[in-house]
Design a protein around this ligand. Structure first.
Ligand code: NAD
Length: 292
């Protein structure tokens, strides 16, 4: 933090409830932004898992904090402790940002919003597009839900035959039934069905990896086994940002397609949370220069 002198009796607290937490970039990101804009707020991370979550939220209420982030393993568990949910959180069943609105704790999911906002920064509007999305966990689900909320035409979700497959089916059901008014067509397929994957990518504008494949301990691996599935006019996005260039991003560049790694999504989910708490825009370019 550049200017500790600004902490005083009126400083408002913004927090993060997660575990493990030591690696998080969020405290640095938000405190730099508070400093830069001269806001009298401080962001602190608290090592909190599921068992202490309810007490921690009660504590946040008692302290009348400005808001807080929630990360793994608390994103889904926190829902019952909140007063209201924005659509982003309601349909994805997960919260990463809580805003204190006159004592009411309102949950949002800015992960998916960060994803679509980052696409916009790259000149891509998902309206009317088709996406093939791989995965159905904590990162993939908000991508699917927010893309649906923002007018994607069709989304084909592929998931591995593991404990997450029912999540993929549930995400597709939510989009087709609970979000029916949005007229988005959602499909679900096993990731093992390689020919279906090829066909869906061929008719898609965007291929999105929403899994940790490409990052430790799966570094050097890719969800795409056959590079001929990629083509120059395809947009390929990854949630992985360490390494900056995952195997999938390498394959994408080699195919001459547009490669967008997970860094922008991460930055923008923070920027959008910051905006929800403060009503001000995060100085994103400055943060990028300082942190990335
Ligand atoms: P998760 O455990 O909730 O979900 C993991 C998903 O990956 C599941 O769908 C699972 O089926 C799938 N999967 C796991 N191993 C696989 C394999 N070998 N092959 C195919 N599919 C596999 O995890 P998560 O919270 O969704 O996180 C996933 C990744 O996204 C992590 O690398 C995380 O760091 C990253 N992430 C990035 C951002 C960002 O802002 N860029 C945000 C959240 C998460």
């Amino acid at each position: 933090m550049e200017n500790l002198a600004r902490i005083n009796g009126k400083t408002e607290l913004v927090g993060l409830l997660a575990t493990p937490i030591g690696h998080s970039l969020s405290p640095a990101m938000h405190n730099m932004a508070f400093d830069q804009l001269g806001l009298n707020c401080a962001y602190l991370a608290f090592e909190v898992g599921n068992e202490k979550l309810e007490d921690a939220v009660k504590g946040m209420r008692a302290l009348n904090v400005k808001g807080f982030n929630v990360s793994m393993p608390n994103k889904m568990k926190i829902l019952p402790y909140l007063d209201e949910l924005a659509d982003s959180a309601k349909f994805s069943g997960a919260v990463n940002t809580v805003v204190n609105v006159d004592g009411k704790f309102v949950g949002h999911s800015t992960d998916g919003m960060g994803y679509t906002r980052n696409l916009k920064e790259h000149g891509i509007d998902i309206k009317g597009k088709k996406m093939t999305l791989i995965g159905s966990g904590g990162a993939a689900t908000p991508i699917a839900i927010q893309s649906a909320l923002e007018g994607i035409a069709e989304i084909s979700i592929f998931a591995r035959d593991d404990a997450f497959f029912p999540h993929a089916e549930e995400n597709v059901r939510i989009i087709n039934e609970d979000m029916k008014h949005l007229n988005v067509k959602a499909n679900v397929y096993p990731l093992e069905n390689v020919e279906q994957l090829r066909a869906e990518i061929l008719s898609s504008d965007i291929l999105a990896n929403g899994t940790g494949v490409g990052m430790k301990p799966l570094e050097g691996l890719s969800v795409i086994q056959d590079e001929s599935m990629l083509r120059p006019d395809l947009i390929v996005t990854d949630v992985v940002y360490i390494p900056r260039k995952s195997k999938l991003m390498e394959q994408t560049e080699a195919a001459g397609a547009t490669a967008i790694n997970g860094l922008g999504m991460m930055l923008w989910q923070g920027a959008l949370a910051f905006e929800l708490w403060t009503g001000q825009q995060m100085p994103v370019e400055y943060i990028k220069e300082q942190l990335f």
